[in-house]
Design a protein around this ligand. Structure first.
Ligand SMILES: Nc1ncnc2c1ncn2[C@@H]1O[C@H](COP(=O)(O)OP(=O)(O)O)[C@@H](O)[C@H]1O
Ligand SMILES: N[C@@H](CCOP(=O)(O)O)C(=O)O
Length: 331
């Protein structure tokens, strides 16, 4: 997250009167993340201190989708996933408005996101992702993925005229990849369900090496479960020098597969899905890189990291390159 919208102390104190959370002791903007405005709140009630996260939903979040995200967190928490819970006001509502933005308070999750993910972290994420997919199976509310194939072209159109400022040749590289991925080869018949769609290391908390919870459901939607796996391969299994770490990938995929086995079709589609996931994050990063709002407290993420990842996936021939023996083959 980041801080795009400022909230004055008296405005926040008034806002909190709608909740049973006690008195506001302090609050501060959180500089991490890029999508929404987040504040850490400390309140005091009956001599006890408590912490909460206040989110003001910004640019990429459609107001109509907010009930989906809030209901999903509640559903997942009720089905054994450690994730934040929306806090309801005295009127029973979790979603309201603050400083002209849709806003919600969620519970604070203990833990730290790993700055340097190791193999154990990757295995923890694989298990947590599979558990989330299973827990989401009977969630009735639906939300289409606005950032799947048909959502990539508008991002490209918004940024392509300046892409070569970021790296010479980037525009042509992106155009060719987009044409390839939108040429009718994107899978349509793989198992679907609720996906997180942004399970990066800054959205997964650990206490030591033990995964303690997952946050940030503002891209969650219904899509192919294997696409979520592909997003995590991108987010967790590359080194800071952008080389692919097959040991991390194997740990991640095996931990996932122990709880939810990938079908042969899902395995076969993984290189393609990983290319799609790479271009999706490349494009949103590129748009953000070129459009930092003046005065915003935000550190845009490097789009070029995803050029290198995408080139790697382009060279992948089968799931073996991700460290897995394809199902159906004897080891
Ligand atoms: N429920 C939570 N508990 C503890 N910290 C949180 C929680 N939600 C967000 N944070 C903190 O805020 C940061 C940004 O949150 P995130 O949801 O990723 O932002 P964004 O809405 O921009 O995607 C996280 O990296 C974490 O440090
Ligand atoms: N994970 C995305 C950025 C959006 O996620 P946030 O949780 O950091 O706000 C990326 O790495 O491009």
């Amino acid at each position: 997250m980041a801080v795009y919208t400022d909230v004055a102390a008296d405005e926040l104190a008034d806002f909190l009167k709608q909740y049973d959370l006690g008195e506001l002791l302090s609050y501060k903007g959180i500089a991490e993340g890029v999508e929404n405005t987040n504040f850490l709140l400390h309140t005091s009630q009956g001599g006890k201190q408590a912490s909460f996260i206040l989110t003001l939903y910004e640019k990429r979040v459609a107001k109509n989708d907010l009930p989906f995200f809030l209901a999903l967190m509640t559903h997942l928490a009720e089905h054994g996933i450690n994730c934040p819970l929306p806090v309801k006001g005295r009127d029973g509502e979790a979603l309201r408005e603050l400083s002209g933005r849709p806003a919600a308070i969620i519970t604070f999750l203990e833990g730290m996101w790993p700055r340097k993910p190791n193999v154990t972290h990757c295995a923890g994420v694989g298990a947590a992702l599979a558990k989330m997919h299973l827990a989401g199976a009977n969630f009735a509310v639906r939300r289409a993925n606005a950032l799947s194939v048909s959502g990539w072209r508008p991002l490209f159109d918004a940024a392509s005229h300046r892409a070569d400022e970021v790296q010479p040749g980037l525009r042509t590289f992106l155009a060719a990849e987009l044409d390839h991925l939108s040429s009718g080869i994107w899978p349509t018949d793989l198992p679907e369900g609720v996906i997180h769609a942004d399970l990066f290391n800054d959205n997964v908390f650990f206490l030591g090496d033990q995964l303690s919870g997952i946050i940030d459901f503002t891209f969650a939607c219904n899509d192919m479960l294997a696409y979520d796996v592909a997003i995590c391969l991108n987010a967790w299994c590359f080194e800071p020098d952008h080389s692919f770490n097959v040991t991390k990938a194997r740990a991640f995929l095996n931990a996932y597969g122990r709880l939810r086995k990938l079908s042969e079709a899902e395995e076969a589609a993984l290189p393609l899905l990983a290319r799609g996931a790479a271009i999706r994050f490349l494009l949103t990063r590129l748009v953000d890189w070129l459009n930092v709002p003046p005065g915003a407290l935000v550190k845009p993420k490097d789009p070029l990291e995803y050029v290198r990842k995408l080139r790697f996936h382009q060279s992948v021939r089968s799931v073996r390159d991700y460290g897995l023996m394809p199902s159906g083959l004897v080891a």
